[in-house]
Write a protein that binds this ligand. Structure first.
Ligand SMILES: C[S@@+](CC[C@H](N)C(=O)[O-])C[C@H]1O[C@@H](n2cnc3c(N)ncnc32)[C@H](O)[C@@H]1O
Length: 332
């Protein structure tokens, strides 16, 4: 390199105890002598393979010169990756006309990704399924996502799934102890339930109202090796609470738009001796204070409790966040 001889477009090869360095020309005798000081060398004509073209390190780098400056400045700051699918939450008006170029740029940066989708509507309806529009790559919504040692097959057009809750699922799963009974009231394709049963000899009742989510959850149970037991239940969690009443040590409530409406059902699931509720809710500014205020207004009618933890999980819109609340309900 110091002599300016190295051909950076070709691969360096290691073969039969020697290392082959590609050179841009034959070295002069004094150059051979200089290199020899580093070790025994020989020079031979040989064709070394080309280096793979270096992939761009950022979307900005990958589309530079192909879109105007103001579009470059308006690129999304973050996006979700579910298995090999990239999901863009929203695009600013300056970037919108270049959405396909941006999507192709994302595929050049993320070599393993095969599809880029854009969320075009609000996550809505009882099953919380987003509307996703294809921007680039293969036209599909199904993939296998891995997080914290579990695998999840997800069809984003049929059931809700967000990779952004991975940290939260790991946090809650690490609080569960062997022997506990857990009710996952809004379980989706099973990420909380499966992560818990992967680590603990616990009993998990995983409820969801969406039959497609339950079908995927059953598949996900079959592709993960678990030490706990997960029972998928298709139905309305508020109705199931009278069947499974006073059985749980812990209840997970991941339905941020409506979780507060289900607090009395959650208390019904918990043992008479009490237990912990992990509740997720949307909150305005300031996120923690406003979430705690809304929780307290509803929870005090349900039973005596102690607030154990409260944290911001993720921003969801300007001045809107998902906040998690852990509350320990006292015996009744
Ligand atoms: C925000 S998603 C959470 C899914 C899952 N916990 C996760 O982390 O991916 C909420 C889920 O609640 C389900 N759901 C909505 N209303 C329900 C109800 N009354 N009873 C049971 N499940 C319900 C939806 O079908 C959806 O899968």
């Amino acid at each position: 390199m110091a002599l300016g001889l190295l051909d950076r477009t070709k691969k360096i090869l290691s073969e039969e105890g020697s290392i082959y360095f590609p050179l841009i020309r034959s070295p002069e005798p004094d150059e051979i002598e200089a290199i020899s000081r580093a070790g025994e060398i020989f020079v031979e004509p040989r064709k070394l393979p080309d280096l793979a073209p270096t992939c761009p390190r950022s979307v900005e780098e990958s589309i530079e010169g192909k879109v105007p400056e103001d579009a470059l400045r308006s690129l999304p700051k973050s996006y979700d990756i579910v298995g090999d699918i990239i999901i863009i939450e929203r695009l600013l008006p300056e970037a919108e006309p270049y959405c396909e170029e941006i999507a192709k740029g994302l595929l050049r940066v993320h070599k393993k990704a095969k599809t880029v989708l854009l969320k075009t509507g609000k996550v809505d309806g009882p099953y919380r399924i987003p509307v996703l529009h294809l921007l680039a790559g293969e036209d599909r919504r199904e993939s296998v996502h891995s997080e914290y040692g579990i695998k999840l097959r997800v069809d984003l057009s049929k059931a809700y799934f967000s990779p952004r809750l991975g940290f939260e699922r790991n946090r809650v799963a690490s609080l569960v102890r062997d022997g506990e009974t857990v009710v996952d009231m809004f379980a989706g394709v099973g990420p909380f339930s499966i992560m818990i049963a992967k680590r603990r000899r616990s009993r998990v009742f995983a409820i969801d109202i969406n039959p497609e989510a339950i079908r995927m959850m059953r598949h996900n149970l079959s592709i993960n090796r678990l030490i706990g037991e997960v029972t998928p239940i298709c139905g309305d969690a508020s109705l199931i609470s009278s069947i499974l009443q006073n059985s749980a040590d812990r209840v997970i409530m991941n339905l941020p738009a409506q979780s507060l409406d289900f607090l009395s059902a959650a208390r019904q699931f918990l043992k008479r001796s009490g237990g912990t509720v992990h509740l997720y809710l949307f909150s305005g500014p300031p996120p923690i204070e406003s979430a705690v205020r809304n929780f307290e207004a509803r929870a005090s009618c349900v039973g005596e409790y102690e607030l154990v933890n409260c944290r911001v999980v993720k921003p969801t819109a300007p001045k809107e966040w998902i906040v998690s609340i852990d509350a320990k309900f006292k015996p009744i």
